[in-house]
Ligand binder design. Sequence first.
Ligand code: 0A1
Ligand code: ZN
Length: 837
Amino acid sequence: MTDPTIRLADYTRPAWEVDTVHLTFRLSPDATEVRARIRFKPGRGGDLWLDGQALDLLEAAIDGKPVAPAVGKQGLSVPAADLPKDGFEWTCTTRIDPEGNTSLEGLYLSQGMYCTQCEAEGFRRITYFPDRPDVMAIYTVRIESDLPVLLSNGNRIGSGPGWAEWHDPWPKPAYLFALVAGDLKSVTDSFTTRSGRKVDLAIWVRDGDQDRCAYAMDSLKRSMRWDEEVYGREYDLDLFQIVAVDDFNAGAMENKGLNIFNSKYVLASPETATDGDFEGIESVIAHEYFHNWTGNRITCRDWFQLSLKEGLTVFRDQCFTADMRSAPVKRIQDVQGLRAAQFREDAGPLAHPVRPEEYVEINNFYTATVYEKGAEVIRMLREIVGAEAYETALNLYFERHDGQACTIEDWLQVFEDATGRDLSQFKLWYRQAGTPQLDVEEQFDGTVHRLTFRQNVPATPGQPNKQPMPIPVRWGALDASGHEFANGLHIADAAVTTLDIPCSARPVMSLLRGFSAPVHLKQAEQVGDRAHRLAHDTDPFNRWDAGRALAMEALLDGGDTQDWCDGVGRVLEDEALDPAFRAMVLSVPGEGEIAQATALAGRVVDPDVIHARRKQVRQNLAHHLSDRLAPLRDAQQIDGPYSPDGSAPGKRALANGLLGLIALQSDGLNLAQAAFDRADNMTDSLAALTILTAHGAGKNALAHFHHRWSGVSLVIDKWFGVQARFGSIADIEALLDHTEFTWRTPNRFRALIASFAFGNPTEFHRKDGAGYQLLADWLLRMDALNPMVAARTSTAFDSWRTVTEDRQALIATQLERIASAPTLSKDTSEMIGRLRA
Ligand code: 0A1
Ligand code: ZN
């Protein structure tokens, strides 16, 4: 039986809407009873349909009279004729099994702690309900259990031994419902809003983890302040709580007033977390908090509109981090991430629009396209209308749609109303998949420099023909001395557009500044132009990207690296530049990015060739910089105690980047070993461990690291991760047998299996197919337990049509093997189907 396809075009309003929900939970590991009392009011009208999955229905009644609805695997229905026309009270009791719930959707147990995950469709695993985001209601929840801490959304309205009651005054969709119960400890603080209201803040963790919550708490307070200052948005309850859990399918969840987090995005100390981990915590805390307005107060009408909340909230969290840290460095990191994940997705069989038009399993659409490309679309919108109009439009959005479940059309309408612009062409960014290619030709005639832009949006699954989109191109023109004499914004909104710049000598053009649009820019530059921009561009993003492009040229053609090495050397020694920026310039494109560029150039991807080329290019750079490396590294010395903020992380990034090159020189590994031995924080320790392991010299360091961090699961994840990225299949197999490979925990599964499949291309693409087989084995195994995690990991196969034919044949065999498994989840079968199409 094939699962049905859900289509945007088929949307209809709910037949029945909900005013209030009363839930009583009697918690028990394998037989929790949930009593629901739900007040329905008429919507569009018709039969009552309630979604429900893996539920035992014990009793049901309408207005107190027992009913026997027609119950199926996906839910139950009551014919319209049996329903009071003006509304009614539905009551039912269901029994569920949190302990046996390995999908981690709905109510489940994680290390003795009950918790929920209801986005997108987990609430239907708790009780029967119209589980769709356009049904918003007010919830009151009673929890009965002997566990000491019993939490739900909103405010606690009563408690006693063995029970607690919660009430959330804000109407919300079911996906924002949350419940937590366990033996938890809290770290508390408070925040006073700009209107003077005191909000209690609590972070709940396992006993012993309290001293690793400070950074999360600080990030939360900074997020609350930022949303007031930049978006004028105040928090709307008297209590905001965060709970850290070890078993979690995603990063975190914005449940109203009770965010639930993967512990990886809460817990940190200098000894156990890297600078990157601290930054991740800051941004995920901000992201979930920002959802309170963009997601919760204004939610999505249906799941096709997912980017309405996710694109906007990612954009907001990106701006927050840019304000907290270095804006240029943040932009470079975000674009690097976008290119690595979203461009990759957009170029293969899984490409889909920012607003998809159909799905089988919505969990498969929590993607880089919906999130990160969605954020880029909003960034472009702001670029096009200007920062002021953006602010006006957002105020209008909050004013007009507060309390509603909205669509992308509603979102664009506020921009049209606020600016008087026609955004119908802009909407194509939500509808057309694929990364546009923008080719630029330049011609100087003595008085005018003419640029001709030609855009092409590639065909993607289900979308053979595309229309031209409005592509905002921020530009600057540099003269021969590096002086910028003109700049502006060109909107390339037709198949061919031109831009004329009056000038007396041929300029060097800096295009797509700040990465003003998510496109592949193909600029046929003259020899020396890129080097000129790497040396002089006033736009830091483009300065970095010029270096990137120079390196990529050498990586693709195995060509000369002289210009690139010279340019990088000069940037490295420019003390006026931020060390974090210099570290970014020093880094060489990863193998995945090189593979993408190879495929884009129409060539076949051979991961072995790419690996060898990249190694050679890094070797050339190390050789070129030779004895300047060590003094440059010494100059990044940091005095004083560890801090995850300020200039220290950038200095560490640069020092460790340099150490990576030093390790390529004779005796360099001794220095890496010394760095490992001396490290007093996780950033330096893991950097040195990674370098040693990458060179096959990590045996002792790995043993030491494992011994030192035994029992600290987030650090043991790192230990698995490093080996997964640099080990052979035999090494990976040994790790699979390791007693600490508790693969049912998604973090641990990802640390080994996903790190291997995404981060170890040489072994993953081994010519005997052992890498593909290993992944397929584990996808099948995981699928039976946790479909969401299995389906997500299957995307490691998404570029399979770009690799050599022998490898394609081996992957095809594995995909077929997965597809023909006797039982396969809806999640994974949809993914494999799309991969093979
Ligand atoms: N809304 C969350 C993402 C999320 C989605 C699904 C989850 O579990 C199945 C969990 C979280 C966010 O954007 O942070
Ligand atoms: Zn989100």
